[in-house]
Design a protein around this ligand. Structure first.
Ligand code: T68
Length: 828
């Protein structure tokens, strides 16, 4: 018999996996392709090749990661734990290459192996573990913390299914599940030996310990295992790698084995299913929280995992439990992890035997809470019976916290029982609720809003009672975004231009772009700026054609509105503008009008009918406007499907005009507004959220302002707002509204958009009609200025130059100094 000939291994392993020469990287990629991915260079798909490149990059992160951990340990630092139900990280590869300064050698190594880095990067499926701004903010903050050397761990859930992917069929949104783990995830490392157990349901019982003290213990009805998956987060050329620890729920075999042995197979399987379901899917709602059991189970799951992990690390470092608050600062990203206040009390009192007062001192010096919303319907509350059945011990603890808290309130505000009832953690009216924002305020030593106006409105309205009791707790930290991902990675062309003129110091000190201000008056620079902008727009134009089949003109103005679809964000106000222009052209087909391309993107919560109808309206208007010969391609309307981080990276750099048109007083901050302006788009916006601060920073003359102020919105509503009167008195608005209701955009169907139109005419809670004329007039100014390309470029350059404040590095410095009291370290 002939001897079987094995092909010799084609690669040699690299020495210590830290080398970064092109030759070493090529060997390493081939090595990973062969031994980890299990294929050969000749057979590898681009997807497999991506995995090999990612492993190669990860290998080069690990030494930094361990060095960072050792350094934190040696310096005995206070560590920030950022607890968030969402981390919207976006693809890691390009960002890691930038931060590790590996872009060029990897590009070359990949090229010499016969592939294109751009194509390889496109293979990465992004972990869509978030809905929108809140989840993306967490990701920007991780980037800044690693860049600045703030010791930090991000704690969250490793959802098996992230935010759904969106398809548009017949103009409607259709949701598809997002199985982002299909090809595996090369960035994460599972650490099963650090798994913890999390209980649910059951009952509590009293017992007496050996010192004669009465204690309580929780006897849960079921227990699930939380297994951490770590993803290293590298800082921009800081040598630091922090940890993102996402927890996966699994069943504890031993627990269900009992049932299995006793013949209760169904019960055993049900238990396993229960456990595995907890980290299965991200809730796709970006504002409104309906009291869903699974959602509370998820929140408790990752919060408990995180706290147990911190306590383990604390004790392992040889410390006493009573110094916990000195070494850990926990930031609650909205109320989603606020059950942590009760859980830390339970761990300290029930499990570690501390007395209540000591445990409360620790707890209330550990947590801080960031609020992200002013919409009253978005404040989380859980029906008390449901809460009791899932977390019976926590309800007892919350009752005790509440009793002590309310007696403090009564001391301050003697006799003011209305106030006591508003502030109570338990809403005692009718069906009883646990109010999570109240728990978060009581349990935290700092409470912050995310933009100046937002914080003021929290103090004046949503959290007024808490502000009056504890003014010193309240602080503003205006949001920021990372210029690494949102400028350097997304817009390499503009970044290169800026670096040529002012050096690359802006990458970790965005204020350095101030030096571009002078260049706004330099005609040659402006011409170069426009050339770059045009190239970037061509890139997006090609993408649009591929994704939608619509061809747009890259020399038209790109007027962009991308964000979650929500009535308060007023995508439909943009539609009213488009139709106003459309009817001008219908009346005078030869009217001179600079061509505009209107780009929309964003997902609607699957259960939010009005938001879905707005998507349908946009697509219906697009269908008519884009094909009407009278328009002569001067207006193009495009809905970009499946807006996510990757698509954002393509869209922000190509925008000329950034639409930030929420009803004043509704958008807590916004962060897309910052990404646009950093990339040199001009903003048309209301005095809402961070728009106000952006306008102050870039100069009022470089910002297109329209609409009512937050105060005017309130007084308009208070005075009995009548939108129908505005409709009746404004012929242009009437024409637009009538055209929609006539069925002109719905194949004569007069009912399709009825819910939307009725709402606008009868109540218009987001005041589209009140702001309509001001918006149209402002858009006419935009058009006017756009005709003067020199002037537009001047303004765009000044916008990009003056956005230093909106780097997330600035936000993280403020959190570090004013909230966390942590010092940034440099590597030992
Ligand atoms: C956003 N909130 C704010 N929430 O709307 C935005 N909510 O103004 C702000 O800039 C941003 O947070 C960052 O501060 C959200 O994105 C959610 O996504 C969300 C998800 C689940 C439940 C509630």
């Amino acid at each position: 018999m002939e001897k079987l000939a094995f092909p010799a291994p084609i690669v040699q392993i690299e020495d210590d996996r830290t080398a970064t020469s092109v030759e070493a990287l090529k060997r390493a990629i081939l090595d990973n392709l062969y031994y980890i991915v299990g294929t050969t260079q000749a057979n590898a798909s681009n997807q497999e090749f991506f995995a090999a490149v990612a492993y190669t990059v990860r290998d080069r992160i690990l030494a930094r990661w361990f060095a960072t951990l050792a350094c934190y340990k040696q310096q005995d630092v206070r560590v920030v734990c950022y607890l968030s139900a969402e981390f919207l990280m976006g693809p890691h590869l390009a960002n890691n290459l930038l931060n590790l300064d590996l872009e060029e050698p990897i590009r070359q190594a990949v090229a010499e192996l016969g592939r294109d880095l751009g194509v390889i990067e496109e293979q990465e499926s992004e972990p869509g573990l978030g809905n929108g701004g809140l989840g993306r903010l967490a990701a920007c903050y991780l980037d800044s913390m690693a860049t600045l050397g703030v010791p930090a761990i991000g704690y969250g859930i490793r959802y098996e299914f992230g935010i759904f992917s969106q398809q548009i069929r017949d103009g409607w949104q259709v949701e598809l599940t997002d199985y982002w783990l299909r090809y595996g995830n090369p960035w994460e490392i599972r650490h099963p030996h650090e798994a913890v157990e999390v209980g649910y349901g059951g009952r509590t019982e009293g017992w007496t310990d050996s010192t004669g003290r009465y204690r309580v213990r929780w006897v849960p009805a079921s227990v699930v295992r939380g297994v951490p998956y770590n993803t290293p987060i590298v800082g921009y050329r800081s040598g630091i790698a922090n940890d993102l620890r996402l927890w996966r729920s699994e069943s504890t075999e031993s627990f269900y084995f009992d049932r299995f042995n006793s013949g209760d197979y169904q019960g055993a399987v049900a238990g396993k299913t229960f456990a595995e379901n907890i980290s299965k899917v991200l809730y796709p709602n970006d504002e409104e929280i309906q009291g869903k059991e699974l959602r509370l189970q998820q929140q408790y799951f990752f919060t408990s995992c995180a706290l147990q992990d911190m306590i383990r690390l604390h004790l392992r470092a040889g410390r006493q439990i009573d110094t916990f608050h000195e070494k850990w600062a926990i930031q609650l990203n909205d109320t989603h992890p606020s059950i942590g206040v009760a859980e830390l009390m339970r761990l300290l009192v029930d499990e570690h035997g501390l007395d209540w007062e000591k445990a409360w001192e620790i707890t209330s010096n550990t947590f801080s809470y960031t609020n992200h919303t002013l919409l009253p319907e978005a404040l989380e509350r859980w029906p008390r019976p449901m809460f009791a059945s899932i977390l019976p011990r926590h309800l007892e603890i919350i009752n005790e916290i509440n009793a002590r808290f309310l007696s403090e309130v009564r001391k301050h505000f003697d006799g003011d029982e209305a106030r006591v009832s508003r502030m109570s953690i338990i809403d005692e009216h009718g069906e009883k609720f646990v109010r999570m924002a109240n728990l978060a305020c009581v349990g935290s030593y700092r409470v912050n809003g995310v933009a100046a106006l937002h914080t003021e409105l929290l103090k004046k309205e949503v959290l007024r009672d808490f502000y009056e009791l504890w003014p010193e707790k309240f602080i503003n930290v205006t949001n920021g975004v990372t210029p690494r991902r949102w400028l350097a990675v997304s817009n390499p062309e503009q970044s290169a231009l800026m670096t040529r003129r002012v050096g690359n110091g802006w990458l970790n000190n965005l204020d350095e772009l101030k030096q571009l201000e002078g260049l706004a008056e330099d005609a040659a620079f402006r011409a170069e700026w426009r050339r770059v902008q045009h190239d970037v727009k061509v890139r997006l134009t090609n993408y649009i054609l591929e994704a939608t089949g619509i061809s747009v003109d890259p020399s038209s103005m790109f007027d962009v509105l991308v964000k979650r679809i929500h009535e308060y964000k007023r995508q439909h106000l943009k539609v009213l503008h488009i139709l106003t222009l459309y009817f001008r052209l219908k009346r005078k087909p030869n009217l001179e009008m600079a061509p505009r391309t209107f780009l929309f993107g964003g997902k609607a919560a699957p259960g939010y009918a009005m938001a879905k109808l707005i998507i349908k309206l946009i697509n219906s208007v697009a269908e008519v406007v884009n094909t009407d010969p009278d328009v002569k391609h001067r207006l193009k309307v495009v809905f970009l499907p499946d807006y996510d981080v990757s698509l954002g990276q393509k869209v922000y750099p190509a925008a000329d005009l950034s639409e930030q048109i929420s009803t004043a007083g509704k958008e807590a901050s916004g962060t897309g507004n910052m990404k646009f302006a950093m990339n040199g788009a001009l903003t048309i916006g209301t005095l809402d959220g961070a728009n106000i601060e952006i306008r102050d920073a870039v100069g009022h003359e470089n910002f297109f302002l329209f609409g009512l102020t937050a105060d005017q919105v309130q007084s308009t509503l208070a005075q009995g707002y009548r939108p129908r009167a505005i409709y009746e008195s404004n012929p242009f608005l009437r024409e637009v509204i009538d055209s929609i209701s006539s069925g002109q955009f719905s194949h004569r169907d007069q009912n399709l958009f009825r819910p939307l139109l009725d709402q606008l005419l009868n109540s218009d809670p987001y005041l589209l009609f009140a702001d309509y004329q001001s918006y149209i007039d402002c858009q006419d100014r935009v058009t006017e200025i756009y005709r003067d390309q020199e002037q537009w470029s001047r303004m765009a350059i000044l916008n990009a130059a003056r956005m230093g404040k909106f780097s997330s590095d600035r936000s993280i410095r403020e959190y570090s100094e004013n909230i966390w009291r942590v010092a940034a370290i440099t590597l030992c």
